[in-house]
Write a protein that binds this ligand. Structure first.
Ligand SMILES: N[C@@H](CCC(=O)N[C@@H](CS)C(=O)NCC(=O)O)C(=O)O
Length: 204
């Protein structure tokens, strides 16, 4: 099994997840700055032209970070980052979907169409005029999430999960490219400090 890895928050999410699990994998670095991910032979690995991708021993390829991490969780169930019961797994997936669709996708597209435009123009369709609105949408849902975090240690309450890894890695990245989290979101600020205290936060 081999992980096609690169810089960027998506591959880092898988690496932080692996660190939380105490699992190591063979890695092959793809130079996305040089756009090697958008050319052959990588396009044969992942036709979306994105990293990461997990190549299995039988030649099958799994992409999309949540699918990769759920697959790895099935191989290495403990410690569980998706949940040990059907209800816990459903709760994790509910939060992952809310975070992905409502917060991260708008904020990332806001970045791709603005600060990241010189990188992404020519790679994916870009709509620069949508950038400010997408960023505002992300801020709205982050503020909503802040309210939901009242009294909770982690996104799934007392249970640390993949949802925390996902939100942490991406908000860390977005903070460095012009979308720092509003410090008045104090529940999320406390959660972020707890996340930065975990050894896996050192995985860059
Ligand atoms: N939905 C994909 C997103 C993957 C993605 O956007 N990867 C970025 C790295 S963080 C990438 O490959 N960027 C370079 C490019 O799009 O050319 C996933 O879940 O893995």
């Amino acid at each position: 099994m081999k992980l096609f890895d690169s810089v960027g928050p998506n591959p880092r999410t898988v690496r932080v997840f692996l660190a939380e699990k105490g699992v190591t994998l063979e890695m092959e670095r793809v130079d996305i700055r040089a756009a090697d991910n958008r050319k052959e032979p990588y396009l044969r690995v992942n036709p979306t032209g994105q990293t990461p991708a997990l190549l299995l021993d039988d030649g099958a390829v799994i992409t999309e970070i949540t699918a990769i991490c759920e697959y790895l969780e099935e191989l290495h169930p403990s410690p569980s980052l998706f949940g040990a019961t059907a209800e816990q797994r459903a709760e994790t997936r509910m939060w992952v979907r809310r975070i992905d669709l409502n917060i991260l996708e708008p904020m990332l597209n806001g970045y791709r169409y603005d600060e990241g435009l010189s990188i992404f123009e020519g790679r994916v369709p870009c709509i620069p005029q949508a950038s400010d609105d997408l960023k505002a949408l992300g801020r709205h849902w982050l503020a909503w999430l802040d309210g939901q975090m009242a009294g909770k240690t982690w996104i799934c309450g007392e249970r640390f999960s993949f949802a925390d890894v996902l939100l942490f890695v991406f908000t860390d990245f977005l903070g460095k490219v012009g979308q720092a989290m509003d410090p008045e979101l104090t529940n999320l600020a406390g959660w972020g400090a707890r996340m930065r205290g975990r050894p896996s936060a050192g995985v860059k």
